[in-house]
Design a protein around this ligand. Sequence first.
Ligand SMILES: Nc1ncnc2c1ncn2[C@@H]1O[C@H](COP(=O)(O)OP(=O)(O)OP(=O)(O)O)[C@@H](O)[C@H]1O
Ligand SMILES: [Mg+2]
Length: 162
Amino acid sequence: MASTIQIAVTHEEQTASLGRFLSEYLKPGFVVALDGNLGAGKTRLTQSISVGLGIPSGQVNSPTFTLSVPHSGRLELLHVDAYRIQSLNEVDELGLDEWVEDGGLLIVEWASKIMPALPPVDLSIKIESPSPSERIFRLSAYSPLGREITARLADWNPPQMI
Ligand SMILES: Nc1ncnc2c1ncn2[C@@H]1O[C@H](COP(=O)(O)OP(=O)(O)OP(=O)(O)O)[C@@H](O)[C@H]1O
Ligand SMILES: [Mg+2]
């Protein structure tokens, strides 16, 4: 059974803060599955996590023609965007299992499209956007490490916006 926590934010800066908070608890071999409509904030959250990992800001973008892009920070991050993936065979070629076995961090946008081809997911984050600047994050943990993160998130308070 997944343990799920729901977080609502009203500003993009709060999403950035959430990403930096999450980055502190990510460990080698961790798998994050992101889902949500176009423009929900999957890339913005990945960027904020990356900044928290010490990856130069601006490096992480929406990969247009590539399905996966590696980045080096406190952890080796592989950022996958499954939006354009046509078949699960394409995913096999990305070597995701090896990446995770080697201690890399995996963050996958549109993860639900390729779930059968993914290594076991530690944390699933589903993002909804009820208004242009509001976001609802549903974080579900599927491993002890994932549950540690959802437990710590109970203490996370979004920075107040004025
Ligand atoms: N609270 C918020 N959190 C995240 N993004 C926000 C927020 N408010 C506004 N935005 C805007 O929403 C957009 C999110 O875009 P982003 O590229 O991260 O979405 P995405 O889920 O990765 O989309 P895609 O499926 O196209 O990859 C950005 O333009 C960002 O500025
Ligand atoms: Mg994106």
